[in-house]
Design a protein around this ligand. Structure first.
Ligand code: UD1
Length: 379
């Protein structure tokens, strides 16, 4: 029996977290041959290799080593590099995850070569086309033959955009699969604090801290917005110290704007997955513009203030611990005051965020692409 060959694409940090359980689930099925392709959108130890180490993702079979660039250049470079790979490998399908430039670039290459596209984390919509990720989501879903969703609303978004309901499967959240799989190996926050900070600071942080990440262009590219946010965070940090692992984009933006962290704000380089997980578990509060952290804090029941005007992950707001507050300094001050006053919201874990999404995904793929299934070719 010939195996079902699927090229699985990763490019950026959140992709590595999402692909890990899928590669693991596929490895236990002899009928599946999942081949990992890294576009190289994120590179280096901090942004890429540490995730492969922490998550036990096999080394990519193919690395396109595309690197950074403007949107057009990065997306185009990935397409040029990925096309010959698809032609040579002749996969039965190309699987993409999430919403980064690598996701769209590889979906587009596959669709043009008439190779079925599988999208994991389909149907999320913020409604904000100023976000590069929203463009990537909408277009990737239009190109996809099989669409796996994390929350109920996603299927409504897809059917509204004309996607055939027969191709949509609500399977749960692979990012939360990884969280479940990794919790027992998370690096305890006190270990990270002791390693990273002088004793007195580690002790202060040990009494409670907020965890913050910021990297969206809408928050960090305009120095005025970044300065305003950091000002409000500096005030918060006098009451509750803030640990801030910094994405390279943010570090560059702070350097360019001559901004420095104030007292109570503790900077770190981008953290490996297992260390970030330990910090997240111990945090009293999360402040973020990351999609992943909105979901992970919901899964762990940690209150989360999202520093964006919108979200595409509505279940984290409607059911989880997430509150959307925008990016004005005043809104952040108010939201923190509410948090301090104990005005938290009840939160529960969304349906199917149970650690088994990847199993469901590979089962559907095996069924759909099995040579015995007459409809396999068209997806
Ligand atoms: C990308 C994703 C975003 C995701 C984020 C997670 C897109 C459009 N955006 O944003 O959805 O939340 O990854 O981290 O795909 N850089 C490095 N080293 C790296 C990678 C980037 O120094 O390994 C710096 C470079 O200066 C680069 C900048 O970060 O120009 C931005 O990188 P890029 O991949 O374009 O987008 P991200 O902001 O990381």
């Amino acid at each position: 029996m010939s195996r079902i060959k699927v090229l699985c694409v990763v490019g950026a940090r959140p992709n590595f977290v999402k692909i890990a359980p899928i590669m693991r689930a596929a490895a236990s099925r002899p009928g599946l041959d999942f081949v990992l392709v890294h576009t190289g959108q994120h590179y280096g130890a901090d942004m890429s290799q540490s995730f492969f180490d922490d998550l036990g993702v096999p080394a990519p079979a193919i690395n396109l080593e595309v690197g950074s660039g403007s949107h057009g250049k990065q997306t185009g470079d990935i397409m040029v590099a990925f096309e010959p790979v698809v032609l040579a490998e002749k996969p039965d399908a190309v699987l993409v995850v999430g919403d980064v430039n690598s996701t769209l670039a590889c979906a587009l290459v596959a669709a043009k070569l008439h190779v079925p596209v599988i999208h994991v984390e389909a149907g999320l919509r913020s409604g904000d086309r100023a976000m590069p990720e929203e463009i990537n989501r909408v277009l990737t879903d239009q190109l996809s033959d099989l669409l796996f969703t994390t929350e109920a609303k996603a299927a409504d978004n897809l059917t509204r955009e004309g996607v055939d309901a027969a191709n949509i499967f609500h399977v749960g959240n692979v990012m939360i699969d990884t969280l479940h799989h990794s919790l027992s190996r998370a690096v305890a926050a006190q270990t990270t604090l002791a390693e990273e900070f002088p004793d007195a600071d580690a002790q202060r942080l040990g009494n409670g801290f907020a965890l913050m990440t910021l990297h969206r262009p809408s928050n960090v590219d305009d120095p005025k917005i970044l300065r305003g946010l950091l000002g409000a965070v500096g005030e918060i940090a006098r009451t509750l110290p803030v640990i801030f692992p910094m994405h390279p984009r943010t570090a560059n933006a702070m350097r360019a704007a001559g901004l420095e962290a104030g007292e109570g704000l503790y900077l770190l380089p981008p953290q490996p997955y297992l260390r970030l997980l330990g910090l997240l578990q111990a945090a009293k509060l999360v402040m973020t513009d990351s999609g992943g952290l909105q979901e992970e804090s919901t899964a762990l029941g940690v209150p989360c203030l999202t520093l964006r005007e919108n979200t595409e992950r509505w279940v984290t707001v409607e059911e989880g611990s997430n509150t959307i507050i925008g990016n004005s300094p005043d809104a952040l001050r108010r939201a923190f005051a509410d948090f301090q006053a104990g005005k938290g919201k009840p939160s529960r874990i969304p349906a199917l965020w149970d650690g088994k999404a990847a199993e469901r995904i590979v089962e559907v793929i095996e069924r759909r692409f099995s040579p015995a299934t007459p409809t396999a070719a068209g997806g």
